[in-house]
Design a protein around this ligand. Structure first.
Ligand code: ARG
Length: 443
C-alpha cells in the first residue's frame, strides 16, 4: 500500500493509527464520483498544459476502465482495504494502469477539494433518486384515496373527535407534505455549486479560466472556486441535505403513527395486508405493524445524523480538519433510511383496506357535528359566541340525558333556540353534508 504522503516521515505509521484514521470501509461508496471528478480534473490539467495529450489519454483510459468495474460492482469485491481512503486507492489503481502518467494525476489537487466535489456529486445523484421515490409514494397515496372515494373520517385534534373530514383530504395532507419535501430537496440540489481549484486551502497555480468544465457525465458544470478557503471548509450542503431528509423522516413518522393507531383494536379502521405485518414469537394471535413502528423509530436516527454533523462542524477552525471525514456515515445512513422507508411504504399503502363499517360507527358520533350546528345558527344571524354556547348546552344535555340529538323533537329543540328543529338537525348530522359545507378549501 502506497500512501499519498509519507516523504517527510522517517517512521512507518503505527498500525493503530492506520486503523483509526482510515475511511475506505465507508467512503468506497464515493468511488464512482471520485472517478468522475478525476476525469474532470485531468481535462483541466490538459487545458492548463500540465498534461500532454498522450498522458491525458492514458489517464482517461485508466479512469474509465476503473469506472467500468465500479459499475459492474467487481471493483468492490477486489477492493484493497489496507488503503487509507478511496482517493488513495483509486490513485494507486490509476498508477498501475497508466504507469508514469499516473504520477501526474494529483497535480494541483488536494483531497480537501476532491472530497468536496465527490460528496457534492453523490448528493446530487441521491437527491434525484429520493425525489423520484417521493413522487412514487405520493402517487400510491393518491391511488389509495381514489380507491376509497367517499370515505369520511372523524378528524382529530388533541387526539379527540373534532370534525368530519374526508379520507382523500386526510391522505392529501400527506401528499402536500411530500410535495414540500420534493421541493425542499430541489432547493438543496439547486444550492449545490460544483467547483474545482481550491487545492488544500489556498487555491492552485492553474488559471481560473481552465477550471470552467462541463461534461455529459456530470449533472452540473464545474466552475472555478470563488473562495478556496470556504470551499474546503464548507459542509452546509451536507447539513441541508440531512435536514431535508430529517423532515421527510418526520412526515413519514407521523403518517406511520396515524396508521398504527388506525390498525389498533381501539380504532380498527384499516387492515394492513399480512405481507406487510409481522407476528409474535409468543402470542399466536398477534399481527403487528412493525414496518410502521420502524419508520417512526428511524426518525430518531435521522435527527441524530443531522445533529451529529452540526455538532461535528460547530467548533472547527477554518479550513479543512480531519473531523470532517466523519460527515460521510451519517449522510449515507440518512439517504439509505429514507429510500428504504419510501420503498416499503409505497408498497404497504397499496395493500391497505379500509373497514368502512367501523369507520361509519365512529362518524355517527353526533358531537363531531357540533361545529356544523353552530355554523348553521351563525348563517341564520345568531352571533357566533351565542351560537357556540347554545350548541354547547345542547351537547351537554345530550351527554347528561343520553338522548340523541337526532331523536329530539322540535319542541324540545326550541327550548335551546327557536331556530333549531329536527329537520335541520338531521340534515346537518350527515358526513357528506358536513364535508360539502366546508367551502373555504380551494379544490
Ligand atoms: N478521507 C478524507 C475525508 O473524507 C479525505 C481528505 C483527507 N485530507 C487530508 N488532508 N487528510 O475527509
Amino acid at each position: 500500500m502506497t500512501k499519498l504522503w509519507g516523504g517527510r516521515f522517517s517512521k512507518q505509521t503505527h498500525k493503530l493509527v492506520e486503523e483509526f484514521t482510515k475511511s475506505i470501509h465507508f467512503d468506497q461508496k464515493l468511488a464512482k464520483y471520485d472517478c468522475l471528478g478525476s476525469l474532470a480534473h485531468i481535462a483541466i490539467l490538459k487545458k492548463a498544459g500540465l498534461l500532454t495529450n498522450q498522458e491525458h489519454s492514458k489517464l482517461a483510459t485508466a479512469l474509465r476502465s476503473i469506472a467500468k468495474t465500479i459499475e459492474d460492482r467487481s471493483f468492490f469485491k477486489n477492493i484493497d482495504s489496507s488503503f487509507e481512503d478511496i482517493h488513495s486507492y483509486i490513485q494507486h489503481l490509476v498508477e498501475k494502469k497508466a504507469g508514469k502518467a499516473g504520477l501526474k494525476l494529483h497535480t494541483c489537487r488536494s483531497r480537501n477539494d476532491q472530497i468536496v466535489l465527490d460528496m457534492k456529486l453523490f448528493c446530487l445523484d441521491e437527491l434525484k433518486i429520493t425525489q423520484t421515490m417521493l413522487k412514487n409514494f405520493s402517487e400510491s397515496l393518491k391511488a389509495l384515496a381514489g380507491k376509497n372515494k367517499g370515505i369520511c373520517l372523524p378528524g382529530l385534534t388533541h387526539l379527540q373527535h373534532a370534525m368530519i373530514i374526508s379520507l382523500s383530504d386526510y391522505l392529501g395532507a400527506y401528499q402536500e407534505m411530500l410535495a414540500r419535501d420534493h421541493q425542499r430537496l430541489q432547493q438543496i440540489h439547486d444550492n449545490i455549486r460544483l467547483t474545482f481549484g481550491s487545492g488544500a486551502i489556498a487555491g492552485t497555480s492553474i488559471s481560473a479560466s481552465a477550471y470552467y468544465f462541463t461534461s455529459s457525465d456530470l449533472p452540473k458544470a464545474i466552475d472555478p472556486t470563488a473562495n478556496s478557503i470556504d470551499v474546503v471548509s464548507d459542509r452546509d450542503f451536507i447539513i441541508e441535505t440531512l435536514s431535508g431528509l430529517a423532515v421527510i423522516g418526520m412526515h413519514l413518522s407521523r403518517l406511520a403513527e396515524d396508521v398504527i393507531l388506525w390498525a389498533s383494536k381501539e380504532f380498527d379502521f384499516i387492515d394492513i395486508d399480512d405481507a406487510f405485518c409481522t407476528g409474535s414469537s409468543l402470542m399466536p394471535q398477534k399481527k403487528n405493524p412493525d414496518v410502521l413502528e420502524l419508520v417512526r423509530g428511524y426518525s430518531g436516527r435521522l435527527y441524530g445524523n443531522l445533529v451529529n454533523v452540526l455538532v461535528m462542524m460547530k467548533g472547527l477552525p477554518l479550513s479543512y480538519n480531519r473531523d470532517m471525514q466523519l460527515d460521510k456515515e451519517p449522510l449515507f445512513d440518512s439517504f439509505e433510511i429514507i429510500q428504504k422507508e419510501l420503498a416499503v411504504l409505497t408498497e404497504l399503502f397499496k395493500n391497505v383496506t379500509f373497514k368502512k363499517e367501523n369507520i361509519a360507527k365512529q362518524i355517527d358520533d353526533e358531537s363531531l357535528y357540533a361545529t356544523d350546528l353552530s355554523d348553521y345558527l351563525v348563517q341564520k344571524g345568531v352571533a357566533f359566541k351565542e351560537a357556540h354556547a347554545i350548541i354547547g348546552k345542547l351537547i351537554q344535555h345530550k351527554y347528561q340525558s343520553g338522548q340523541e340529538l337526532r331523536t329530539m323533537d322540535d319542541q324540545e329543540l326550541k327550548t335551546f333556540h327557536p331556530l333549531l328543529n329536527s329537520r335541520m338537525i338531521n340534515k346537518i348530522i350527515d358526513p357528506e353534508y358536513s364535508v360539502k359545507s366546508k367551502k373555504s378549501i380551494k379544490r
